[in-house]
Design a protein around this ligand. Structure first.
Ligand SMILES: Cc1cc2nc3c(=O)[nH]c(=O)nc-3n(C[C@H](O)[C@H](O)[C@H](O)COP(=O)(O)OP(=O)(O)OC[C@H]3O[C@@H](n4cnc5c(N)ncnc54)[C@H](O)[C@@H]3O)c2cc1C
Length: 289
């Protein structure tokens, strides 16, 4: 299979990339890791007139810690995210999520910016960004702006990014000290996109739930945040995690597709949520957040 004809540009700076996107008047696609865009083009589900390859843009592959948040350049590869010791110790949920993305070959090429901009509702990183309340920086002809996760994911494969905007950076806040986290998912085969996944963060006080957060993937058009306010003050134990699972099933809004019927995804939402909350609570108070 071959893509439809297109012009190929390889800018060397963010300004050049933005100018190329603007010049194409909405008929361009950014090429990052190519793990989603290239198959779509080969199947002719995407037919951009211009492909703007950002792999030679300097400075977009840095990982840094600034004012307590993690700063990830758009071109940070999933494998680099998974291998970074600062991420493993301070952003364990992100570390766990990165290791769940596809296969090693996908993780070696696929990028953080590409995963967020592609906005697949079954992708792990948008789920983590939603749970942690992260944001992205977007640069376009009108300047740069920050878009928070809650405003970013609009629907299936659609974000609030304008066609002439480049996602340059992903900002991920850390969890409060002593908070445990876990990412649990179910896929039909190892390395497949998850049918359903759950990201959880739990902190405890005197054996009770002090705070619990949950986000689901694969159960709606965007990552789904679940309100677990009713768990606060409950004894930290099986009953609370089962209640969290029930709330997850209620919040889930899945469609049936060729992979699974909606009811099965809703059932999985409860099971994955319960497991993630249990695991996060076990890790709470330890050195691993
Ligand atoms: C077999 C297989 C299994 C996979 N399994 C998983 C999985 O389990 N979990 C998961 O999350 N993902 C999975 N993926 C997808 C993978 O994570 C991709 O890396 C990711 O979806 C897109 O990242 P990319 O860098 O390859 O982006 P690309 O394919 O280059 O681009 C994807 C889209 O994002 C846009 N884009 C990319 N970068 C930017 C930017 N900086 N600014 C603006 N727009 C941008 C592109 O224009 C395009 O529309 C899988 C892919 C394959 C092929």
């Amino acid at each position: 299979m071959k893509p439809a004809p297109f012009d190929y540009l390889a800018p060397r700076s963010v300004d050049e990339a933005v100018a190329a996107l603007q010049h194409a008047g909405g008929d361009a696609k950014v090429l990052a890791g190519g793990q989603s865009l290239v198959p779509l083009m080969n199947l002719r589900l995407a037919r951009p007139a211009v492909v703007v390859d950002i792999n030679q843009v300097a400075g977009l592959d840095a990982i840094g810690v600034e004012d307590g948040h993690l700063s990830l350049g758009a071109l940070v590869r999933h494998a680099d995210l998974a291998a970074d010791p600062r991420v493993a110790s301070g952003w364990a949920l992100l570390h766990d999520a990165a290791n769940l993305i596809g296969h090693p070959a996908i993780r070696n090429r696929g990028t953080v910016g590409g995963s967020i901009a592609h906005a697949d509702p079954a992708a792990e990183l948008p789920g983590v960004l939603t749970l942690l309340g992260g944001s992205i920086m977007a640069t376009g002809p009108r300047g740069s702006r920050e878009i928070v996760a809650d405003d970013l994911f609009v629907t299936y494969l659609t974000t609030a990014l304008e066609p002439d905007e480049l996602l340059t950076e992903v900002r991920v806040p850390s969890l409060p000290a002593g908070t445990g986290s876990a990412f649990v998912e179910f896929a039909r085969r190892h390395g497949d996109f998850a049918l359903v996944g759950a990201a959880a963060a739990v902190s405890l006080r005197d054996g009770q739930v002090a705070d619990a957060r949950l986000a689901l993937i694969g159960v709606g058009a965007t990552p789904v945040r679940v309100d677990l306010g009713s768990l606060t003050g409950q004894p930290a134990g099986a009953e609370a995690w089962t209640a969290g699972g029930r709330l997850a099933a209620e919040a889930a809004d899945p469609d049936s597709d060729l992979h699974a019927p909606a009811e099965y995804r809703r059932h999985l939402a409860a099971v994955m949520a319960e497991r993630a909350l249990h695991q996060a609570a076990q890790r709470a108070g330890g050195s691993r957040s």
